[in-house]
Design a protein around this ligand. Structure first.
Ligand code: NAD
Length: 302
């Protein structure tokens, strides 16, 4: 069997189009658009490229966007004051602080200073708690897990009663996606197992999965014989395994690999996400979705 590819690049286009339309409708009816600020401290090249892409996407969907670049020497106190300014700014619905921050700044303190109602990344403890409670308590599901759930739903994969196995227990992927899939409601209602480095029989657990979500950061960790025939395999892993020259630009680019042996797995799985072009494009997409949600909460539309 050859699996159906779940392409994040296609789903991204679908969702960004939906967001663009909704933003235009809200602008017409209410005279406002969602506002997103990204705060970048320093000049880490990877952070610059992430922030640039976020701002470019925000612009594309019609948001009011601010890229606030700060010197690497900014004090913790000044950074907290900046966040306070945006917390109070009515035109801003989402605040994003690009990580990592310089060593002299306490990341936790900074992230916790963001107003939970503008925490569109969904990392504030209040939003983690809301996600755990589920249902109408949830405001901002964290973007990568939210993207994963959206891919599963849009691919038409049944989640109710499904055996979901999540490989990895990080706070940004493994734990939140497991929590989301176990909730009562559409796109969830699953029976969930989380496996990790101390799990005794990794292969045995994976083999039971109707939906296998892998976020370990280990290239080719999941072998084809660990996959149940017809299963939906979501590969979150992004591993740099070398470099090559891009045919398009002539520049050096990273060779990326997922956590699943894709070529062999696609012959067994029913659905599979590629790397790159799978989960990757969904994270920024869902950040836009959450920023729009934030404005809709404010306007009483949800
Ligand atoms: P992490 O390192 O914080 O967590 C990895 C988890 O996997 C840990 O809980 C660990 O216990 C588990 N694990 C590691 N090796 C294992 C093994 N051999 N067997 C079983 N469990 C194992 O990583 P993370 O932040 O959750 O990211 C995981 C992967 O997903 C990385 O490759 C990362 O680059 C990628 N990622 C992609 C996106 C995206 O595409 N948008 C977003 C976030 C993370």
């Amino acid at each position: 069997m050859t699996a159906t590819l779940i392409k994040g690049t296609d789903i991204r286009e679908e969702i960004l189009e939906e967001i663009t339309q909704e933003v235009a409708e809200i602008k017409e009816k209410h005279g406002v658009v969602p506002g997103l600020v990204t705060i970048l401290v320093g000049e880490n090249p990877a952070s610059i490229s992430y922030v640039t892409l976020k701002i470019k996407t925000a612009h594309r969907v019609g948001f009011h966007e601010i890229q606030d670049n700060q010197s690497p020497d900014i004090s913790e106190e000044d950074l907290l004051a900046l966040i306070d300014k945006y917390n109070k700014d009515d035109s801003i619905n989402g605040i994003l602080v690009q990580l990592p921050l310089p060593k002299h700044i306490d990341e936790k303190k900074v992230l916790n200073a963001i107003d939970p109602d503008k925490d569109v990344d969904g990392f504030h403890p209040v939003n983690v708690g809301r996600l755990m409670i589920g249902g109408s308590e949830v405001k901002f599901p964290p973007c990568t897990p939210y993207g994963i759930q959206e891919m599963i739903v849009r691919a038409g994969v049944e989640t109710s009663g499904a055996e979901v196995v999540v490989v990895g227990r990080s706070n940004i992927v493994g734990k939140p996606i497991a929590n989301m899939m176990v909730q009562k409601g559409p796109g969830a209602n699953a029976t969930v197992t989380i496996v990790h480095t101390r799990t005794k029989d990794l292969a045995g657990h994976c083999k039971r999965a109707d939906i296998l979500i892998v976020a370990a950061g280990v290239p080719d960790l999941v072998k084809p014989e660990w996959i149940k025939p017809g299963a939906c395999v979501i590969d979150v892993g992004v591993n740099r395994v070398g470099e090559k020259i891009s045919e398009k630009t002539g520049k050096k680019i990273a060779i990326l690999k997922g956590d699943v042996d894709f070529d062999a797995a696609k012959e067994i799985a029913g659905f599979i996400t590629p790397v790159p072009g799978g989960v990757g494009p969904m994270t920024i997409t869902m950040l836009m979705h959450n920023t729009l949600r934030s404005l809709k909460y404010k306007l009483g539309l949800i």
